[in-house]
Design a protein around this ligand. Structure first.
Ligand SMILES: NC(=O)c1ccc[n+]([C@@H]2O[C@H](COP(=O)([O-])OP(=O)(O)OC[C@H]3O[C@@H](n4cnc5c(N)ncnc54)[C@H](O)[C@@H]3O)[C@@H](O)[C@H]2O)c1
Ligand SMILES: [Zn+2]
Length: 335
């Protein structure tokens, strides 16, 4: 117990670089309760801001030893990810990189729902949505990823998706995609739903992938019922906008902002049936995917994998903090 409390004003000594102060608010699970924690990086120290610290100390007094241990482990990992290397936590804990992850317990009757986001492809070199070097630093989504943008300037839209096709063409699946594909081959009852438009799950060997936001290497007619078709072409000037046999323009097979994601009926049926829900590398900010965890949580165990807690952390029972390519091979290891 004493190892889990923080002394008033306690600071976590760190060796950090420049004296920038950044803060990060997170929620830490203690048994059934979630507590807000603000971690601040201040010069060469990591600080738990006092109000949150008092709350944690009070919660610790009531929590069971196992939830105290989990809480400390989470906090240590958060600290690790906020700023490394962490030398000690209140002098009580030794430096610790992310711990070895135990394989997820999956029974023969469990049904898994895996939701992947941009983070699962980050280690393949495809920037996430909100990275500092992410896509939307160079483009405004209103100009290239909405139906209005398409009506206003289809050439600019095709410029953007041609650029993304070119960048994604050389990307290779990483250990996270491979671990998911291997698990899918072991388990029939696994529903893989991705928000990603790249084809890295398929390249890793995943047999069934539902792309709720469409596919980068497919196109479709903007008006007739011709089904989406494989298309890796680049349509940049001087190439003209491609046309369908019906005369209408061919557009990227992408669910733009303001459009309804694909196959939602199938997705909600799988969410209703699942007993384990696992989100990987998704910030929990884009709807409706951000609400899938809360929907599943009514009946399923819920887990998150990613280097930082998602916005919707409170709906997850457990959070594995780290890169998907490092955590998933252990999490999905055969028992
Ligand atoms: N690869 C792609 O197809 C791609 C790329 C960028 C954006 N998008 C689109 O952007 C939208 C944004 O939603 P989102 O939540 O998927 O992306 P997001 O950018 O909002 O969030 C990405 C998340 O991934 C996490 N992350 C970063 N590196 C990681 C790693 N190595 N392992 C695990 N997690 C990691 C980040 O902490 C963050 O929480 C989606 O609709 C998606 O279609 C797709
Ligand atoms: Zn057509």
């Amino acid at each position: 117990m004493s190892a889990c409390t923080w002394e008033s004003g306690s600071l976590l000594p760190l060796s950090l670089g420049p004296s920038v102060c950044t803060t990060r608010s997170v929620e830490l699970r203690l048994g059934a309760a979630c507590r807000p924690v603000v971690l601040a990086k201040d010069k060469n120290k990591l600080v738990i801001l006092s109000e949150a610290k008092d709350l944690i100390v009070q919660s610790f007094a009531k929590a069971s030893p196992s939830s105290r241990a989990k809480c400390v482990a989470s906090l240590r990992l958060l600290a690790y990810h906020l700023s490394t290397p962490l030398r000690s936590l209140c002098g009580k804990f030794s430096p610790s990189p992310p711990m070895n992850t135990q394989p997820l317990a999956i029974s023969p009757t469990d049904r898994l729902f895996l939701l992947t986001g941009a983070g699962v492809s980050a280690e393949s070199g495809i920037p996430t949505f909100r990275d500092s070097n992410g896509l939307w630093c160079n483009y405004r989504f209103e100009d290239v990823a909405t139906p209005t943008a398409w009506r206003r300037d289809p050439q600019l839209v095709w410029d953007f998706y041609s650029m993304r096709r070119r960048d994604a063409a050389h990307a290779k699946p990483n250990p996270a995609h491979q671990a998911i594909a291997a698990l899918q081959h072991r388990l029939d009852r696994l529903f893989l739903c991705t928000q990603n438009i790249d084809n890295l799950h398929e390249l890793a060997g995943s047999p069934r992938v539902l792309h709720m936001h469409g596919e980068l290497f497919k196109s479709r007619c903007e008006s007739c019922t011709r089904p989406p078709f494989d298309d890796a072409q680049l349509y940049q000037p001087p190439a003209a906008i491609p046309r369908c046999e019906c005369g209408s323009q061919i557009r990227p097979h992408i669910c733009w902002f303001g459009e309804v994601p694909y196959d939602l009926d199938e997705i909600y049926a799988a969410l209703d049936a699942c007993t384990i829900f696992l989100a990987i590398g998704t910030s929990g900010t884009v709807e409706p995917a951000a609400s899938f965890a809360a929907h599943a949580a009514r009946r399923a165990r819920t887990y998150y994998v990613g280097p930082e807690p998602p916005v919707n952390l409170r709906v997850f029972q457990q959070c594995f903090l780290g890169k998907a390519g490092q955590i998933l091979p252990d999490l999905f290891a055969a028992p």
